[in-house]
Design a protein around this ligand. Structure first.
Ligand SMILES: Cc1cc2nc3c(=O)[nH]c(=O)nc-3n(C[C@H](O)[C@H](O)[C@H](O)COP(=O)(O)O)c2cc1C
Length: 201
């Protein structure tokens, strides 16, 4: 079949994109408002984009009523965030934090998620996340307008916290020990338990 994306509604385009561009890594993003209230939410439009300087991006799209999500509101108030990575054991808690809570209500408190202070930024990190990247805001690029329009958030990575248990004997991250999950379409997720290697030409 062929799809003419110019004839699809944003909702239809979204379904085709998240059903085919996969597996997607998940950024579990903690932020803090100017008044000190914290927020935690998952985003799978997420990727590391360069190491020079160390930078990543994730995309809070506008809500269906066209208004920004709490994560974006907080980053505009306090331009710092932590990208926590999600292991299999944290999947259910991560999913719970995708619920739309009233603005200002913290997912850390609502779902009993342990927070640990960050070293270089104000938002706390998820204590149980095997990896947490502390970032300052580089820029926000808006693409589109209204419902589902994108706010691409670029962050400069200042520091990372990595659990010692996910490192191998040489000190490198071990994908088996990390056991990170990816998002597929709909409610489906993938694990990284089946892997293979290819020699680079
Ligand atoms: C695995 C997963 C991935 C998600 N990815 C995104 C995403 O890339 N962009 C987005 O805007 N919402 C995404 N969502 C939905 C948000 O997590 C959800 O709208 C959340 O309520 C936003 O929280 P906030 O308003 O506290 O920022 C995702 C949800 C899940 C469960």
């Amino acid at each position: 079949m062929d799809l003419d994306f110019s004839a699809l509604t944003p909702r239809e385009a979204y379904r085709w994109m998240i059903g085919t561009i996969l597996p997607r890594p998940i950024a579990w993003v903690s932020t803090i408002a100017a008044d000190g209230r914290t927020n935690l939410a998952p985003f799978s439009f997420f990727q590391g984009i360069t190491a020079n300087p160390p930078t990543l991006m994730f995309v809070p799209v506008n809500k269906r009523d066209g208004t920004p999500k709490d994560t974006l509101r907080n980053i505009r108030e306090v331009p710092e965030f932590v990208v926590n990575l999600v292991s299999f054991g944290l999947g259910e808690k991560m999913n719970a934090t995708a619920a739309e809570l009233p603005h200002g209500e913290s997912e850390f408190e609502a779902f009993g998620i342990g927070a640990a202070p960050s070293a270089r930024v104000r938002p706390p990190r998820v204590a149980a996340a095997p990896v947490a990247f502390e970032c300052t805001l580089h820029s926000i690029v808006q693409i589109g307008e209204g419902p589902l329009a994108a706010n691409v958030v670029f962050g400069r990575i200042l520091a990372a916290h990595i659990h010692d248990e996910v490192l191998d004997a040489s000190g490198a991250p071990d994908p088996a020990k990390l056991d990170l999950i990816g998002r597929l379409g709909g409610n489906a997720y993938s694990r990284t338990t089946e892997r293979f290697e290819l020699e680079r030409p």
